[in-house]
Design a protein around this ligand. Structure first.
Ligand code: C5P
Length: 297
């Protein structure tokens, strides 16, 4: 017997970052949008916890207890006083260390899959609490759709989305470490007052109405300058996508994946073709949003 859960990647259509808190985290106004790139997490009973991974970038995924999916299984098992005796297999399609919360999605997937396999019957609220304990981006992978994350990003408020948005994602060579990007953000803002992060009313309105032009005009990522500072070639990728007709471009989360909002499916295909031909990225993928959260298949 096994259980498979499908989990989505995310793009932050707004990522407003405040000053570093005493605990090292940053307060955020984080507008998450789930997109149609997915991993699939399968759990099967085993003698002991074991983790395997296949797909693009699988060789960069840790296969020990540091993997967030393994920690998710252990956390649920500990909570219910049972052994975490499962084989977790991750079929990867979300870029690894790409700023699209793939590791967080795998953790949410493992939690939901183990809950179903073990019949623990944890409530939604309890699952969300466990997700928040695992990482700032994990609760969103559980709920999907669109949501405003505050605190360090883990306190979620669901958002209405009034239409389908077309995206292109340019995958970069290598990854960026999220803590390193936040440290670079702190360095770039040293000595200056960082305003309190606040969600943009115009952006939330654009999502609600499904207005792609207004969404494009209000996309914002406060980590973008830090990501580009650590990975300067991203500036070129961003320019290629915009030059090819994307309505707007931005770094996805802490990067180095870059995101391009397109008017429609045809435009997304031509932006993707231009990005691929430019040689400024490893690959370009088209997809739509919003996407469902963790779903048992
Ligand atoms: O919560 P998570 O483990 O995903 O965060 C990874 C790292 O990103 C943290 O250790 C911290 O350096 C940084 N971070 C932050 N402020 C946030 C979220 C993450 O500084 N709100």
């Amino acid at each position: 017997m096994s259980v498979t859960v499908r989990v989505p990647a995310k793009v932050n259509v707004q990522l407003a970052v405040g000053a570093a808190r005493p605990d090292g985290f940053h307060d955020l106004a984080n507008v998450f949008l789930a997109v149609g790139l997915h991993d699939e997490v399968t759990v099967t009973p085993a003698d002991a916890l074991r983790i395997t991974c296949a797909g693009p970038g699988a060789d960069q995924v840790p296969l020990d207890r540091t993997n967030l999916a393994a920690r998710a299984a252990e956390l649920l098992a500990a909570r219910y006083g049972r052994p975490a005796d499962v084989h977790i297999h991750i079929a990867k399609d979300i870029p690894v260390a790409g700023g699209m919360a793939g590791g967080s999605a795998d953790a949410a997937g493992a939690l939901v899959a183990c809950d179903a396999l073990w019949g623990t019957g944890a409530s939604r609220t309890e699952l969300l609490e466990l997700c928040a304990e695992l990482g700032s981006d994990v609760p969103f992978a559980l709920v999907g759709g669109a949501a405003l994350g505050t605190g360090r990003g883990e306190k979620l408020q669901p958002l209405e989305v009034g239409g389908t948005f077309h995206w292109v994602f340019a995958l970069a060579d290598g990854g960026l470490s999220t803590p390193a990007v936040y440290r670079e953000f702190d360095r770039l803002h040293e000595g200056s007052a960082v305003p309190e992060p606040e969600a943009s009313g115009a952006l939330l309105g654009a999502l609600r109405k499904g207005d792609v032009g207004a969404l494009a005009a209000n996309l914002a990522n406060d980590l973008q300058a830090a990501a580009v500072s650590l990975y300067p070639a991203l500036a070129e990728t961003l320019a290629v996508g915009t030059g090819a007709g994307a309505l707007a471009s931005l770094v996805s989360g802490s990067g180095p994946t870059t995101a391009f909002l397109a008017r429609d499916a045809a435009s997304a295909e031509s932006v993707a073709a231009a990005l691929t031909a430019s040689g400024t990225c490893r690959a370009a993928r088209t997809t739509v949003s919003p996407a469902l959260g963790a779903t048992v298949l």
